[in-house]
Ligand binder design. Structure first.
Ligand code: AMP
Ligand code: MG
Length: 417
């Protein structure tokens, strides 16, 4: 298993920009998982381990795109109807079985192989059938309604690149190419835990000063959505020694440990101390809001990412950092999220030099989209994500945003479903 280099996440500066953090992940993290072969119907969401090179053309044969009549274009008159005898029939799965003779039309249906000698199909709606003959209107272009062999994927082409996280259409394409199995990377095994003396399991009694664990189930779903196999290590109290035992145990049999809470610099933040006992830790004090220090490190050679406890900060740092880290460890190609340009429906002031993610909903306004900011922006206000569509991303250079300004919008669907 490939491991992280000793100084994997080491960063000497005080505040690390998001792009610099992503560049570090890109440079210093290598995939940790080997390959296996799985049946196609189990491959959705898995990461393709090698290029899928087409061993055949798709479609395998030229065929008709419509129901109609196949003809040689050269048999059609340019400026008036042409009447031709209907000399045969070709349906999907039932080729004509002979070349088309000059001067004849062939009744043909969608998906039927184009018989040799025919290059054009006239849609049946544009034809009049008259006692074994068909009247074809003038003006059709040569090659109309004919699909070429290999026009979807040509034999020898890379149909799906290594590192791709397989989506439903990818499986369809792999099947169209005749594959019943695909080589994929083994799923990343992730250990997940929450920390905090105040954090309780939903469904149990709460007690004074306690809160329910919002992060773990959210992070569990996010990890599963990325194809990870997750071990749920529950909620752990704020005790460095006990945490160290938990993390040491978690390092066996997992490729990554994900925690939430306890990574700030307060005296009740014990994840840091626990990790330091076992391995090494690097805090990334990110130039990001919301977000607090994110811990990256390793425990007995297994990478660990410690997310902040505030649920919005946990979700955001998952989207921005944990997601690319996980994809990288799992052997996936980078999937930088697609940002959309929309108009800001609000004014905003921020500190230059850090990146801010404001939760917002999109509204249509004529032909454009306007981002309406969620009124409360605390890092603990999870409703702000539930009730919004995504993040307005204000980069490090922005300080004063005027209403109507064009901003980047990162839909939650791109990163956190
Ligand atoms: P911490 O990062 O541990 O300092 O926690 C920051 C804030 O997030 C505190 O208000 C915690 O109570 C809260 N918090 C920590 N973990 C969770 C959790 N699993 N679910 C909900 N809130 C949490
Ligand atoms: Mg805590």
């Amino acid at each position: 298993m490939a491991q992280l280099s000793e100084d994997c996440f080491a960063f000497g500066g005080t505040l690390l920009g998001v792009d610099a953090a992503l560049a570090l992940i890109d440079q210093r993290v290598t995939p940790v998982v080997g390959a296996e072969t799985v049946p196609l119907d189990e491959a959705c969401g898995r990461i393709l381990a090698c290029d899928l090179v087409a061993q055949m053309d798709v479609p395998p044969h030229a065929n008709s795109a419509v129901d109609g009549y196949a003809v040689a274009h050269a048999d059609l008159q340019a400026d008036q109807d042409t009447v031709l005898p209907v000399g045969g029939r070709a349906a999907a799965g039932h080729p004509l079985g002979r070349p088309v003779a000059r001067g004849e039309a062939i009744r043909i249906f969608t998906g039927a192989p184009m018989p040799d000698g025919a290059d054009t199909v006239m849609m049946q709606e544009d034809c009049v059938v008259e006692a074994g003959r068909v009247r074809l209107a003038a003006g059709i272009k040569q090659g109309a309604n004919r699909r070429h062999a290999g026009e979807d994927v040509a034999r020898g082409a890379v149909a799906l690149p290594a590192g791709r996280r397989l989506k439903p259409a990818d499986l369809g394409l792999a099947a169209a190419l005749g594959n019943d199995r695909l080589p994929v990377f083994r799923a990343l095994r992730v250990a997940l835990l929450s920390t905090g003396d105040e954090v309780r399991e939903p469904g149990t009694a709460l007690g004074p000063g306690a809160i329910y664990d919002a992060n773990r189930v959210m992070l569990m779903a996010l990890l599963c959505g990325l194809g990870c196999i997750v071990s749920d290590l529950g909620i752990r109290p704020d005790r460095a020694a006990a945490l160290a035992d938990t993390l040491a145990a978690a390092s066996a049999g997992h490729d990554l440990i994900v925690t939430s809470g306890g990574v700030s610099t307060g005296e009740e933040d014990h994840v840091r101390a626990a990790i330091e006992r076992l391995g090494r830790i690097d805090f990334w004090r990110l130039a990001i809001k919301p977000g607090r220090p994110v811990a990256l490190g390793q425990v007995k050679g297994v990478p660990l990412i410690g997310l902040p406890g505030n649920p919005v900060a946990a979700a955001l740092t998952f989207a921005v950092l944990a997601r690319p880290l996980i994809l990288r460890l799992a052997g996936a190609a980078a999937e930088p999220p697609l940002l959309f340009r929309v108009a800001a429906g609000f004014a905003y002031r921020k500190k230059a030099g850090r990146r801010e993610y404001l939760r917002a909903s999109l509204e249509r306004d004529g032909g454009s989209l306007i981002a309406r900011r969620y009124p409360k922006d605390g890092a603990g206000i999870l409703s702000s994500i539930v009730q919004s569509d995504g993040f307005v991303v204000l980069d490090e250079t922005v300080s004063d945003l005027a209403p109507g300004a064009t901003v980047d919008f990162l839909p939650f669907s791109e990163v956190i479903g």
